[in-house]
Design a protein around this ligand. Structure first.
Ligand code: 4AD
Ligand code: MG
Length: 461
């Protein structure tokens, strides 16, 4: 038994050998006495060419096989005369396990990514999506490899939670209450005490608060799991369900945090380039011209670093007219982020020390009293790919922040304990897994790097 990937990679070793392959018919071209099948066996995003002829007793049946039929092929690996391939399989036996229904939608023509999204359960069978989702798997592994090899402990943070990490209220409620007959308090408010967990709960927007607590026990930790945001943002970079990688380091400041982020990104890019060279080459050719040069540039150069205040000066003096006017205090918009990373720095750049008003409550206040120790990593073509910070480790300042945000101190008891029982400087960040996927593959829509994308007004799967 052989796999198509090993045939491609070790062709020499296979020439002249008998192999058994099983998989699905991608293409077929049959003539009177012979024909060609492109067989996809799932081990590689490219199929393999199988040649069959009238020596096979079921030649007629094979000639009529439909696209996506499942086959078991026995044959000999031979050097190919055809262009575009170095080898092919000369079939000695072709068993049709099931003849696919002719309604199979992925017939041999180009389909738009928009159309393929509507058949997300079938699209991984196309070359592009096969390559994308194999890279997704390899990238996830690279992340674990990086952190495990650097002594980080993997923490499974909860999916259902009683706290709002980002304090932005963009959460999906988890409830078992009957919407048609909601229990009410004497005041007429919804009585959340009668809900399943005895209080209001939501799907997590970030595992940070929980992972911080494990940081106080294991020093260097990370979580990597699904997160959910009820943002009604219909953009090509936002999903309502996405995965996030969140490391947290004890006794590490913002500088150490940036170093970690840069090392991690370089490591995972290198790992994917080493493990999936054919897929990356394919993306370079068909998805983003210049992708390989871009990735090599990331590997071989230091990321840019700039404070928010400096970034505002750059934007104010660049002579470009932005739709959203630039002035100190604004939240950077996508057009500003793009200018900074794509036109000014022309590489990934960390922007640090944002005004406290536009950042989450847990970020450490700087001595100026106006900015916090935040860092966003902006990547050309994507925008914000990492958001992180050094954390506020002063109990009073933190309590004050929570109250000012109108949040309930009680919900953050466990979090405040960290500032009572051996408070320590610590930092961490969140890398958006799908944004990283977009960066590494060149795919331009987040829906095309998620197996079953969850976005507004879309719950087909
Ligand atoms: O900047 P964010 O909101 O940071 C946090 O959640 C922190 N608690 C992380 C931490 O410090 N541990 O999100 C982090 C990253 C963003 O930079 C972006 O890459 C991604 O998560 N992200 C999204 N990706 C896809 N769709 C969305 N709706 C996203 N929102 C954030
Ligand atoms: Mg952010």
């Amino acid at each position: 038994k052989a796999l198509v990937k090993s045939l491609y990679r070790n062709t020499e070793d296979f020439i002249g050998k008998e192999v058994i392959l099983s998989g699905w018919l991608k293409k077929i071209r049959a003539q009177k006495n012979f024909g060609f099948i492109e067989l996809n066996d799932g081990s590689f995003f490219k199929g393999v060419q199988v040649v069959f002829d009238t020596n096979l007793e079921n030649f007629e049946e094979i000639s009529k096989a439909s696209i996506s039929s499942s086959l078991i092929v026995k044959g000999k690996v031979v050097e190919s005369q055809g262009k575009g391939q170095t080898f092919e399989i000369q079939a000695t036996d072709v068993e049709i396990y099931q003849k696919a229904d002719l309604a199979y939608p992925l017939q041999n023509k180009r389909h738009t990514f928009e159309y393929l999204r509507e058949i997300a359960h079938l699209r991984p069978r196309t070359n592009t999506f096969n390559a994308v989702f194999r890279v997704r798997s390899v990238l996830a592994y690279a992340i674990h490899k990086f952190f495990q090899e650097n002594g980080f402990v993997y923490v499974h943070t909860p999916i259902i939670t009683g706290s709002d990490c980002e304090g932005a209220g963009e959460m999906f409620r988890v409830t078992t209450l009957d919407m048609n007959d909601l229990p009410r308090t004497d005041k007429g408010e919804i009585d959340t005490k009668q809900d399943f967990f005895g209080k209001e709960t939501n799907l997590t927007v970030s595992g940070q608060l929980n992972v911080e607590t494990y940081c106080a026990a294991f020093r260097n930790v990370y979580t990597f799991g699904p997160t959910f945001r009820a943002e009604n943002s219909n953009t090509s970079r936002h999903a309502n369900e996405f995965w996030m990688i969140e490391p947290e380091i004890a006794f590490g400041d913002l500088e150490a945090n940036m170093e970690l982020g840069e090392d991690m990104i370089k490591f995972i890019i290198k790992h994917v380039m080493d493990e999936c060279p054919e897929e990356i080459e394919f993306f370079n050719q068909f998805i983003e011209k210049g992708l390989i040069d871009k990735l090599n540039n990331v590997l071989n150069n230091e990321f840019g670093r700039v404070t928010y205040t400096e970034a505002i000066e750059i934007l104010e003096n660049c002579g470009k007219k932005f739709e959203f006017p630039v002035k100190w205090g604004i939240d950077l918009q996508s057009e500003h982020e793009r200018y900074l990373s794509e036109e000014h720095f022309k590489k990934p750049v960390f922007v640090t020390d944002y005004p406290k008003e536009i950042k989450a409550f847990y970020m450490k206040l700087n001595e100026d009293g106006k900015t916090v120790r935040a860092m966003d990593l902006l990547a050309p073509g994507i925008g914000e790919i990492i958001g992180g910070s050094q954390r506020e480790d002063n109990l009073e300042i933190l309590e004050d922040k929570i109250k000012k945000e109108g949040m309930d101190l009680e919900d953050y008891d466990f979090y405040l304990d960290l500032r009572k029982y051996g408070s320590f400087p610590h930092s961490g960040y969140g890398l958006g897994f799908e944004r990283m996927m977009m960066y590494i593959t060149g795919m331009t829509n987040i829906r095309d790097v998620i197996p079953f994308p969850r976005t507004p007004k879309n719950a087909q799967y």
